[in-house]
Every structure is written in C-alpha cells, then in structure tokens.
Design a binder for this molecule. Structure first.
Ligand code: PSV
Ligand code: MN
Ligand code: MN
Length: 394
C-alpha cells in the first residue's frame, strides 16, 4: 500500500482503553500506589480522555462493574461525551463474591447461577444507558481437582446461563466471550480455549463472538492463526491486547511481543481487504481493546505506549505488499513469501507516524507531550496517592 493510503487507513484505527488500567492495580502480591492514579470512574474517564487527546485513536473506555460505579449512568455517558469519549465494552465481575467459590455461571447451585445471571443482566441495563455495543464476559469458573464436579453438567449449566444472557442483549448488542487456558481453576477451566468459546458462540447465535486476550494462551500458541480462523468464520469479536512472558502477565502490548502483534495485524489487514464482504464486515466490527494491569510503570504513559504500539503494528501491517505475498505463496516460494512479510515488520514507520500526527494536529511524540503537559503533576496534587493494598482494584 502506498504511504498516502496508509495515512488514510491509520485514521480509521481505534483502540479502546480499560478503566481498570487507570486505577491502582497490580499483582496478587502487591499493588504499588501511584501518585495521581484515578480513584473513581470519573477520574478514569478523564485519564482516558487525555490518552485520546494525545493519540487521536483511543475514543472509548471499557468499564468494569462494580469496580466502576455511579447512580447515574446517563450522566456518566454525557461526562464522557463532553470529553470526546464514548463508553465502550461493559465487563461484568463474576469472580469477587463469596458465593463464587465453585464458579458463577457454571456453579453447581442454581441460586448462585441466578445471582450471577442477575448481575450480568444488570450490566446489560448499564449497556443500554451508556449506549455500549459490547458485553465482554470473562469467567473465573473452573475446578481444582479431578472429580470435583461433573464436566458435562458444568457445560450445560454454563450454556443455559449464557442463553439467558444472550436473550437479554439489546438488539444490536454483542456478547464477547473471553477464554483463558487456566487460572484460577488449575485442573479445569470452563472456558479454556478459543474452540470452547467458539462452540458456545455457535450455540448462542450470531451476536455471540469470541474475544482473544493475548495473555490467555499457552507458550508458543499461534494466536494469529486463531485470529485468521475466527475472522474467516465471522466470529472474531474483539481483542484484549497485552504482553505476556509466562501467562496472564498483563504487561504493555508490543513490549515483548511486537512480532506477534504485527502478525495479528497482518491477518486483520488481509481480512479488511478480503473479496468476501462477510469477512470484511467481521474485520470492521472487531473491538480492539487493551487489557493491562500497570503496577510499577506510570499509568498514563503505559496506556499511551500501548496505544502507540498498536498503531505502529497496524502501520507496518498496512505496508506489506499482499499482492506479491499471495503470488509468492501460490508459487510455494517459501522464503520469498516470508521476506515480503518481513519487509513490513522491518519498515521504520516512525517518519510516517510523525506525518500522520502532524496532519491531524496531534503531538508528534505523545509520550513526551504528556510528560511536558503537567497533567500528572496536576492530578497528583488533586487526587493525591490513593492507598492500594491487594491485587485487584476494589
Ligand atoms: C483475568 O484473567 C482478566 O485479566 C481477564 O483477562 C479479564 O478480561 C480481565 O481480568 C478483567 O476482568
Ligand atoms: Mn482480558
Ligand atoms: Mn487476563
């Protein structure tokens, strides 16, 4: 693709940032409090707006219920809109209540399953008020011991609960089903891989789609192949971008995994240009979201860095000569095909991205602009340093 076309395509890119990335969050060992970290959903929206102001491509924020609370969701929506933001995916929390010891939607006791479904239905009401399209569901459901529960019974309970959730979605709402290969159940996980999530989505209906979190795979899993398959089947709903060395590390996307991120984007670019309109439509509707937990790094810089890494990966993927690539593939020219792909990865897109930002009146170096802006000093003075103790934010 020519550089002018790349610049046009870059204008269409969108990355959603997560509210939980702006508050104090960390590991289960310790959360280090950060001066100026957002203390509530209003401050998280202010921070997300700052990331969007500096990058121009992060116009929405995902919420996590009940970590994010308000009595007035309409007001929150307006508050976001006044700052150029939209409320994005709503994430129910089905893992922090005492009752969920044996699971939530797959729990053996119907009363607990009903409680979990009721919470998700409450989140669907919030979606209506905030105008959110996506309900993003990750379950901590699983077991620790062989024989602890009946695996097929759990599958049936989960499906039944998901059917109740799916039936309650707003007309154009989507259910994004997230899988993770282990944790907190170490013997068995109810939604452990993309195939399980995909099978449930097929059983539910078209608006149930799979969410791919980069941290939720075993080492050496080929995530771009999963992405390609789901795109082709019309079931790739969205991403949770992050980086992992071991498992669900939730580090800044593109730090340890820039090549993985690039390869994922090459699949998306090819799908955006596919002759099949269904594949193109699936690619256009993918929700690109970040799911990171910043503990030792400055939170806004971490988020800026993540968004910019996605932008860089997309720009590189756009530069690949796919016509030549497909020709080489058809000829079985193994290393020529590889070389053509690598031309994109090796391209230095920094001058192009500077041009892109200049063209839109954005700072050419958003991280430096943030450091110079005085934003962190101002919010640190206003918000102070909130105490933080445990792993997950409360
Ligand atoms: C837990 O693994 C997790 O990191 C999932 O990725 C969710 O998306 C996220 O927490 C927020 O609930
Ligand atoms: Mn996730
Ligand atoms: Mn995770």
């Amino acid at each position: 693709m020519r550089p002018e076309e790349v610049l046009e395509r870059l204008k269409t890119q969108r990355i959603e940032t997560p509210s939980w990335g702006y508050g104090n969050s960390g590991t289960r060992f310790k959360t280090f409090p950060a001066p100026g970290a957002a203390r509530n959903v209003w401050e998280k929206i202010e921070d997300a707006a700052e990331v969007h102001r500096l990058t121009g491509i992060a116009p929405s924020i995902a919420l996590h219920i009940p970590w994010d609370r308000t009595e007035d969701w309409e007001r929150l929506k307006r508050f976001a809109e006044e700052r150029g933001l939209r409320i994005g995916a709503i994430n129910p929390n089905l893992f922090q209540e005492e009752e969920y010891k044996l699971g939530s939607l797959a729990h053996p006791d119907r009363k607990v399953r009903d409680k979990a479904v009721a919470h998700v239905l409450e989140c669907i009401e919030i979606m209506r008020a905030t105008g959110s399209r996506d309900l993003s569901l990750w379950l901590a459901d699983g077991t620790n011991y062989a024989g602890q529960d009946h695996l097929r019974a759990r599958k049936h309970r989960l499906r039944e609960a998901l059917e109740r959730v799916y039936a309650a979605l707003p007309a154009h709402g989507r259910l994004l089903l997230e899988y993770k290969f282990f944790e907190p159940g170490f013997y068995f996980t109810d939604l452990s891989d993309w195939g399980t999530a995909y099978a449930h989505c097929l059983g539910l209906g078209e608006r149930a789609q799979v969410l791919v979190d980069l941290g939720h795979h075993a080492q050496a899993t080929n995530i771009e192949a999963i992405v390609a398959f789901l795109l082709d089947e019309g079931r790739l709903g969205g991403f949770h971008f992050n980086a992992r060395r071991y498992a669900d590390d939730d580090l800044i996307v593109g730090t340890t995994n820039p090549f993985e991120l690039f390869c994922i984007y090459t699949e998306l670019v090819q799908a955006e240009e596919d002759p099949d309109p269904e594949v193109r439509r699936t690619a256009q509707e993918v929700a690109y979201m970040i799911d990171q937990s910043h503990n030792i790094e400055p939170k806004l810089e971490a988020m800026l860095y993540s968004v910019l890494n996605c932008q860089e990966a997309y720009a590189k993927a756009l530069l690949v000569d796919y016509v030549a690539l497909h020709q080489a593939q058809a000829q079985g020219a193994v290393l020529e095909a590889h070389r053509i792909l690598m031309e994109g990865f090796r391209a230095d897109v920094r001058p192009l991205l500077r041009e892109f930002r200049e063209g839109l009146g954005l700072p050419v170096d958003p991280i430096q602009a943030h450091r110079n802006s005085g934003y962190l000093q101002r919010v640190s003075a206003e918000r102070g340093t909130a105490s933080a103790g445990g792993g997950f934010p409360s």
